[in-house]
Design a protein around this ligand. Structure first.
Ligand code: IVH
Length: 694
């Protein structure tokens, strides 16, 4: 390609990518799959890497990359960023609308002469103050920002700050995909300041917090805090990893250019220039239109992708807005109609501990019932011990609870001043509240679990379903529906009881005929001849998947040896670390689990058998003979020998035709000659270590 071709291709790619951004973020109607989009972006990246002179600041490849800042610069807002007055009831909205109409009637009775219009807004509509048109919009719960576009290129972005001066967060805003680095289309003013809200979708917020919780880190109290915390990062790379989104809802400064004279049309114009606008925005007629909109949005709220705390009504005509003006820091032409509070204060009556079907213990606060946003809340999840410690929640505490949409209610914080005398810190129990087995919390893990596995009623159905599954005992015909019935009718408590089921018992159950009952009994009978690895996997020990079960079977060869093994011994098995070892020991430590195993093997009950595992044969180096010579750097000779033997190898003192490998360290001596003569493969230390690791 000639230099000109390359330049054209880069321009073409940028155009395409911007168009697809527009389809994706603004229209919500992507045309191409993500993979194709990535391909375009990569092609541009490659071109730009090869021709750095072609890189422009508004190139879609230039979103991340700025170096971390020491502190944010200050940005003065030419047009102040105002806040909104609130209305909490229909009456307050009716009052707002009445004030708007009265004021318009007073300052511009009848028809508003077009001459009073100030550039850049143009309108020629007559002004009758009888029924006012409003733009009705969701009130997004995020963080207000201002985006400055010069000649269509994103030049500067700032937070609202105190409304007059904000912080320069340009580099962070650049990382947000929904914010165009270059406006789409044409006809935009030479200088255009767009205002809107940076926010996190509910899903992104939950995901962010779940990940933080899993790492044992601090969680964000709400999507707003999470968005603010993410945007106010000094390192743009951190912001780039947070899935922030953006919606615009207005303009600030405008120079050299014309904009529509109505707010609704203005937003539509911004949308055409590639700036996302909330899809729920509408133009409504009169105060009744506003109240209907509020009701509609309240009903849809929980299904929206983002959190809203109310809706905003804005007088639609910009000339009327101008006539109405401002009081103190808020416009007379707009109001935020809030939804009932999603946060309330109440008391913790107790903390219960629930055991999930995987044995996870979840503390749940029992609350004095309180109405939050119109729904009575009497429980709130506390997630885990770390969360309890973080909040320092105690029984008797007064707490702030929040309900966000359909999300399970949560405790936001404790009102310390109201803590009763003698309230004690709460700790999860050491024994499962359902079955009494030990509760284990592996090092580095956030979740505490019951180790009662096979026996714990809370885990019963899950344990049985796992036991019968195809890769475990492979018992066909036993699905969820059947297990539900078997457990609910108390026909089985543990997997061992499966083997005592009779055809008659099974045939008596819902959706079971004679034939399927007979099939299940036959499948159970067939499953009795299995392998040690399958059996171990079927036990459902935490963190013991198929591969680990196989490694355990091959290493120990015998169930009793495994059951007796301590954590140290277990960690000698390839790929078993301290966490898995702890789970295994805890599992076999439970008397109930040992009893169930005993019954599974008892010929009068389960009668499960497997062919003896010949340890040596199954080990990876079984049948191979090694000879060691010379000095090894990282391993003592004895150590190397032991390691090879654990993997099943034979280690001999002299090279012969039966030798498979000669391991030669420094100053090896005559054995190397001999090996060469016999054609024996010679390994150096690196090769040996590699083999041991493999
Ligand atoms: S208009 C002069 N529209 O609410 C009008 N604000 O309480 C200024 N907000 O700082 C804002 N959604 O952060 C407007 N559709 C919307 C909004 C919205 C959320 C936020 C914004 C503003 C705050 C005022």
């Amino acid at each position: 390609m000639t230099a000109k071709d390359v330049r054209h291709r880069a321009e073409e790619l940028r155009k395409q990518i911007n168009y697809h951004n527009y389809r994706y973020y603004v229209l919500d109607a992507p045309l191409i799959p993500d993979a194709e989009y990535d391909r375009l972006l990569r092609e541009l990246q490659t071109l730009e890497e090869q021709h750095p002179e072609l890189v422009t600041t508004d190139s879609p490849t230039q979103r991340v990359g700025a170096a971390p800042l020491k502190k944010f610069g200050a940005v003065k807002h030419e047009v102040p960023m105002l806040s909104l007055a609130n209305a909490f009831s229909e009456q307050e909205v009716l009052d707002f609308d009445r004030r708007v109409r009265e004021r318009l009637e007073a300052v511009a009775p009848g028809v508003l002469p077009p001459a009073t219009l100030v550039e850049p807004f143009a309108s020629a509509l007559p002004c009758t103050a009888e029924e006012v048109e409003y733009s009705a919009e969701p009130k997004l719960d995020g963080l207000a920002v201002s985006l400055l576009y010069r000649d269509g290129v994103f030049a500067q972005g700032a937070t609202r700050g105190d409304g007059v001066t904000g912080e320069d967060v340009t580099q962070n805003l650049r990382t947000i995909g929904a914010i165009p680095l270059r406006l789409y289309g044409a006809g935009y003013p030479a200088l255009l300041e767009v205002r809107g809200e940076v926010y996190l979708s509910k899903a992104a917020f939950e995901e962010l917090n779940a990940a933080a919780r899993a790492r044992g880190e601090k969680v964000f109290a709400n999507p707003r805090n999470a968005a603010a915390g993410s945007l106010r990062q000094l390192d743009p790379k951190i912001t780039a990893r947070r899935p922030l989104a953006f919606f615009c809802y207005g303009v600030g400064a405008v120079e050299r250019g014309k904009l529509p004279g109505e707010h609704g049309a203005l937003l539509a114009q911004l949308r055409d220039w590639g700036l996302p606008v909330a899809h729920e925005q509408r133009v409504v007629s009169g105060v009744q239109g506003c109240l209907d909109y509020h009701r509609d949005m309240a009903a849809r709220r929980s299904r929206l992708e983002y959190d809203i705390d109310g809706v905003v009504y804005k007088v639609n005509r910009l000339d009327q807005q101008e006539l109405l003006g401002f009081v103190s820091r808020a416009p007379r032409w707009a109001v935020a109609h809030k939804f009932p509070a999603q946060e309330e204060i109440t008391e913790v009556l107790g903390i219960d501990v629930q055991v999930g079907r995987t044995g996870a213990l979840t503390p749940v606060a029992r609350l004095k019932p309180v109405s939050v946003g119109g729904v009575t809340v009497s429980n709130a999840t506390l997630h885990n011990q770390d969360e309890i410690d973080r909040l320092d929640v105690r029984v008797g505490d007064s707490v702030i609870v929040r309900r966000a949409g359909d999300v399970i209610p949560e405790i936001v914080s404790v009102v310390r001043e109201r803590r009763p005398h003698g309230a004690k810190p709460f700790h999860l129990p050491k024994h499962c509240p359902v079955c009494g087995a030990d509760v284990v919390r592996a090092e580095g893990e956030v979740v505490a679990r019951c180790s009662g596995g096979l026996y714990c009623p809370a885990q019963r159905k899950e344990a049985i379903l796992h036991f019968v599954s195809r890769r475990a005992m492979d018992i066909e015909g036993i699905g969820e529906k059947l297990v539900d019935q078997l457990v609910e009718h108390k026909l089985i408590e543990t997997p061992a009881d499966l083997y005592m089921l009779t055809k008659e018992q099974l045939a008596g159950l819902e959706r079971m005929g004679e034939k399927s009952a007979a099939n299940v009994v036959a499948a159970l009978e067939n499953s009795k001849a299995t392998t040690l690895a399958r059996f171990l996997y079927a036990l459902g020990i935490r963190e013991v998947g198929e591969a680990t079960a196989l490694a355990l079977a091959q290493h120990f060869g015998d169930l009793n040896a495994l059951m007796r093994a301590d954590e140290e011994t277990l960690q000698q098995v390839p790929d078993i670390g301290p966490v898995v070892a702890a789970h295994i020991v805890a599992f076999f430590h439970q008397r109930h689990n040992r009893e169930v195993i005993e019954r599974l093997l008892d010929p009068r009950v389960g009668g499960i058998t497997w062919p003896a595992v010949k340890i040596a044969q199954r080990l990876p180096l079984a049948g191979k003979t090694f000879v060691l010579t010379g000095t090894l750097e990282t391993l003592a000779r004895e150590e190397a020998k032991e390691k090879l033997q654990t993997l099943g190898a034979k280690v001999s003192g002299s090279v012969s035709s039966k030798t498979n490998y000669l391991v030669a360290g420094a100053d090896p001596g005559s054995k190397v000659e001999k090996a060469r003569e016999l054609g024996v493969e010679i390994l150096d230390e690196t090769a040996l270590l590699k083999m041991l690791r493999a």
